[in-house]
Design a protein around this ligand. Structure first.
Ligand SMILES: C[S@@+](CC[C@H](N)C(=O)[O-])C[C@H]1O[C@@H](n2cnc3c(N)ncnc32)[C@H](O)[C@@H]1O
Length: 247
């Protein structure tokens, strides 16, 4: 995991798809941010979401398992002159903060890398105050196991740290065992450059032919979760916003 994301640091920080309205603006717009709040960005990578939060709230903290990502995030925030944004290494499944330390917690494009996404959401709920919010954004897969299996093969061939994308019903249900009430569920289509995506994952160049032949022959319904045409990939971003029960 950390080896893959050490490999991806620069390409990830540069990739346009993580800065566009659909994936960043759409997520930030869905969050109930207040100027006095303290928010946590879990599995923050190079801190793109953390900096967007920092522009809107009193303090934004990013945490990530990969030290190279945390280093890049801190450097980019310092370059941007953001004094209210800070970063540390840590595991999303065992967050290094006490209960109720934040007004809100968000994680983007991370849950499909983590074998126990429900545990991550539970940890996010724990470190948020009663009445605070938890949000997750990730690309979704199909409920049909045959389609999901085809989709996962493509993703894993490109990026060996890909664990499992979730179908919408499972994704939006992740908060149910953690005292969280689903406030909004949003699905936003987005697209990204196929060559940029392929080159970013450590498996992409070596597995190009295999990935291309799988992508060219989707099972029925496959193109709805991973459609490739004209050099672009079309995916769907699920955004879940939950609220923790007030005391
Ligand atoms: C695809 S990147 C997303 C980065 C960032 N959330 C964004 O959307 O810009 C996934 C990140 O999850 C981190 N990650 C994976 N497993 C983790 C874990 N158990 N705890 C914390 N971070 C983790 C990786 O190091 C990587 O930086």
């Amino acid at each position: 995991m950390t080896a893959e994301f050490t490999h991806q640091v620069d390409a990830f920080a540069r990739a346009g798809v993580y800065q566009i309205a659909a994936t960043l603006g759409g997520l930030v717009a869905a969050l109930p941010l207040r100027a006095e709040d303290r928010w946590l960005d879990v599995a923050c990578g190079p801190g793109i979401v953390t900096r967007a939060l920092g522009a809107r709230v009193r303090e934004a903290v990013g945490v990530d398992l990969t030290p190279a990502m945390v280093g890049r995030a801190a450097a980019d925030a310092a370059r941007a002159g953001m004094a209210n944004v800070r970063f540390q290494t840590g595991d999303a499944a065992a967050l290094p903060w006490p209960d109720g330390a934040f007004d809100g917690a968000v994680t983007r494009f991370s849950l499909h890398h983590i074998p126990a996404p429900g545990r991550v959401v539970r940890e996010m709920a724990r470190v948020v105050r009663p009445g605070g919010h938890v949000a997750a954004a990730d690309h979704l897969t199909a409920a049909d196991p045959a389609v999901a299996g085809w989709h996962h093969d493509i993703e894993r061939l490109r990026d060996p740290s890909h664990w499992l994308s979730l179908p919408a019903e499972v994704f939006f249900g992740l908060g149910s065992g953690s005292g969280l009430r689903l406030v909004t569920r949003t699905v936003i289509p987005f697209d990204l450059d196929f060559e940029e995506w392929l080159g970013r994952g450590s498996g992409g160049p070596a597995n190009r032919a295999w990935i291309e032949s799988l992508a060219a022959a989707p099972p029925p319904g496959g193109a709805e979760v991973f459609g490739v045409s004209d050099g672009r990939i079309r995916l769907s971003l699920g955004i879940a916003l939950w609220q923790k029960a007030p005391d």
